[in-house]
Design a protein around this ligand. Structure first.
Ligand SMILES: [Zn+2]
Length: 429
């Protein structure tokens, strides 16, 4: 029976660590329950209860490998790894194992089920919608996380993209991580533990679980297990370059496939300056359209919900004040939606650039006659032609142009300017 860790592709070390930690956490809870039973069974010295709990913790540490006391219960964790390596999958799986009624992450019980479905009352998930997670959101979260778990196990807070916390939000989180309530566990996800991603102080309070970029074979295996035809699975896993979610989308979503086809048609189309600018426009507009399609529904739903909550119209005493408040709330919602749209657009553009980088990487490895499989099997002939024409140096310059474009956009250069500069280099070399 596949348990909650089954989807963590090619991450044996991390899964091992998490399984042991879940077992120790369960032992800590058993110890607490035993202490509680002893305390309620009759007059008992509170020291005894403490001793029982301490015993349970010792047992937990021992069950986790004995020699490694650090494998006991830790209240703050950071999952790091490149995008698509499964940081949030790992965090959710671990949350499920913590809430598992059997303490293992069986994947079958109510605790596992509701956690994975996102409906467990004691698991809170923060997914930044815009470019950053604000301090208000974080404070509210930290406050709720301090309450007693309703299911009697743990309060779990998952922060996806912890690198997108604002400084103030990071400080609010740090306070909670420094003095965690006894039954609260924080699970943060970030690309790395570099100070740009996670503050040094938060990092110092957390146990790090590094995830690797999974090999295409491992990704393909998961897709096959989910019913994808082996050939499609192999193609999608290679084209996604180790990004599990992307591989899943390529295998199952025709629109994602056609967007990728359009991006990979770019190198063929670069026949002059005009064509380079046209290609830049097309790439930017495609990213805008993709982002728009991704957010338009939720934007409208949120606006309608807020308008309903505020009540349409309204007269009498307090109505004027309520209207002023309503205007403020609508403005705040618009600001959040705009930030989310910008993020979606950048993400879409970045996916396109990663696909494009894969193509020039193929051309480079072919020019070098390196014995590695191409990323994009379906444009391999085109990459081979490029390798002939450009030689290794020319292919490398083009690959670098794509990577520089990504870096420039990350550093807030206007996307159109960065993409135009890239297209010119891709054309001229
Ligand atoms: Zn379970």
């Amino acid at each position: 029976m596949p348990d909650v860790f089954a989807d963590l592709v090619g991450q044996d070390d991390a899964v091992d660590t998490l399984r042991r930690a879940a077992a120790s956490a369960a032992a800590v809870l058993r110890g607490a329950a035993a202490a509680h039973a002893a305390a309620t069974a009759g007059p008992v010295d509170p020291d005894d209860a403490d001793a029982l709990a301490a015993e349970a913790e010792a047992e937990a540490a021992e069950g986790a490998g004995g020699a490694d006391p650090g494998a006991g219960m830790t209240h703050a964790w950071i999952f790091t790894g490149p995008p698509g390596s499964g940081r949030s999958v790992a965090a959710r799986a671990f949350a499920a194992a913590l809430q598992c009624l059997h303490g293992t992450g069986c994947g079958e019980c109510q605790g596992c089920h509701t956690t994975l479905a996102g409906t467990h009352a004691d698991v809170r998930l923060v997914v930044p919608e815009g470019l950053s997670i604000g301090v208000g959101e974080m404070r509210a979260l930290v406050l709720r996380a301090a309450s007693t778990p309703s299911g009697g196990r743990w309060q779990v807070v998952i922060v996806e993209d912890a690198d997108r916390l604002t400084e103030a939000a990071g400080n609010a989180l740090l306070k909670a991580v420094e003095e965690p309530p006894p039954r609260t566990v924080f699970l943060l996800c970030a690309p790395s533990t570099h100070p740009d991603d996670v503050s040094v102080t938060i990092r110092s309070r957390c146990r790090v679980v590094p995830l690797r970029q999974p090999a295409p074979e491992a990704v393909a295996e998961v897709l096959v297990r989910r019913g994808v035809a082996p050939e499609v699975a192999r193609w999608a896993a290679a084209a996604a370059q180790g990004h599990v979610g992307r591989a899943r989308r390529l295998a199952g979503d025709p629109e994602a496939r056609s967007r990728r086809d359009a991006v990979l048609a770019v190198p063929r189309r670069l026949t002059g300056v005009g064509a380079a600018f046209d290609a830049a426009s097309a790439l930017i507009e495609a990213a805008e359209a993709e982002a728009e399609a991704a957010v338009v529904e939720s934007d409208a739903a949120e606006r309608a919900a807020l308008q309903t909550a505020l009540g349409a119209g309204g007269t009498g005493r307090g109505a004027a004040g309520a209207m002023r408040g309503a205007a403020g709330q609508l403005k705040e919602l618009e600001r959040r939606q705009k930030s989310r749209a910008t993020r979606a657009q950048r993400d879409a553009l970045d996916r396109a650039l990663v696909d494009l980088a894969g193509f020039y990487r193929d051309a480079l490895t072919m020019a070098l006659r390196a014995p590695v499989a191409p990323v994009h099997t379906d444009t391999a002939a085109l990459a081979e032609a490029g390798a002939q024409r450009w030689a290794a140096e020319g292919a490398l310059r083009r690959l670098e142009a794509v990577l520089e474009c990504r870096a420039a956009i990350e550093a807030n250069v206007k996307p159109r300017i960065a993409v135009e500069a890239m297209m010119l280099t891709l054309w001229k070399g």
